[in-house]
Structures are given as structure tokens and as C-alpha cells.
Write a protein of this length. Structure first.
Length: 143
């Protein structure tokens, strides 16, 4: 049996350190890239806040214009990314009385729950809006 010399031992040690460091750096790099992908996916997802509305038939056009203007004022609230207010145009007849929708996008549930919902502009809108409705349905989901 051959005896391993000092040079051979040193070579094995250098190779071991080299491969260990290569493995460690590769692992950390891949791990960081996976975290970046997770963050990118989270950033691309938006929380949709959808409000379906059945207005009272006795509502005047000036009241409707006031509600429309007030609905678009919700865009001023930090955290509201996109806002749309519109009339149902579906030809299917499955709207169950809901004639209008208000939808907005948020980057996080925190933006919706802690910034938008308690905000003074939102609270003012709700007080104006609700008395003119027959029914309201709120539905939130992640896109």
C-alpha cells in the first residue's frame, strides 16, 4: 500500500475546500434567485376588490352623477392602484339585478384593509352611496 505524502494531502484539502465553496456559492445563488422569483410573483399579483351594485330605481341622474364623481374620488386613496366604475353590459341577463360595478386593484391586503377601508374618503363615499342602493355585493380575489 502506498503512503500518501504531504503534497497529496494538501491537494486533497484544496480540492475539498474548492468543491465545498463552489457548492455553497451555487446553493446561495440559486436560493436567492428563487426568492427573487417569489417576490416577482407576489409583486405581479393584485388583490381585486369588486363591488356589484343594484341602485334604487328612483335615483335621479344628478344623484347618480354625484355617486360617480365620488366613486372616482376613491383613486386619491394611497394603495388604490386601478379603479373602474361602470354599467353592466352583459347580454346574458344573469346579473340578478346588479346594474353597476365598482372595481379596484390593491398590491396587498394591508393596502385594502388598513389604508383604504378606514380612509376618510372611503367612509364619506359609503355614507353617500349606500342610501341609493337596493343591494350591494362585495367580492375580493387575487388575480
Amino acid at each position: 500500500m502506498k503512503k500518501i505524502g504531504v503534497t497529496d494531502r494538501l491537494s486533497f484539502l484544496i480540492l475539498g475546500v474548492f468543491y465545498s465553496l463552489t457548492f455553497l456559492v451555487g446553493y446561495l445563488h440559486v436560493s436567492d434567485r428563487e426568492n427573487e422569483k417569489d417576490i416577482e410573483i407576489l409583486d405581479s399579483k393584485k388583490l381585486i376588490h369588486l363591488v356589484l351594485i343594484e341602485f334604487q330605481s328612483s335615483m335621479s341622474s344628478s344623484d347618480f352623477q354625484l355617486i360617480t364623481d365620488s366613486a372616482y374620488s376613491l383613486q386619491q386613496i394611497k394603495g388604490v392602484k386601478e379603479l373602474n366604475f361602470g354599467k353592466n353590459t352583459s347580454p346574458e341577463g344573469l346579473n340578478k339585478g346588479y346594474t353597476h360595478s365598482l372595481s379596484m386593484k390593491f398590491s396587498s391586503a394591508y393596502d385594502r384593509d388598513s389604508i383604504y377601508l378606514p380612509h376618510e374618503i372611503h367612509q364619506k363615499f359609503v355614507k353617500l352611496f349606500v342610501p341609493f342602493t337596493e343591494s350591494v355585493l362585495v367580492y375580493d380575489y387575487w388575480e
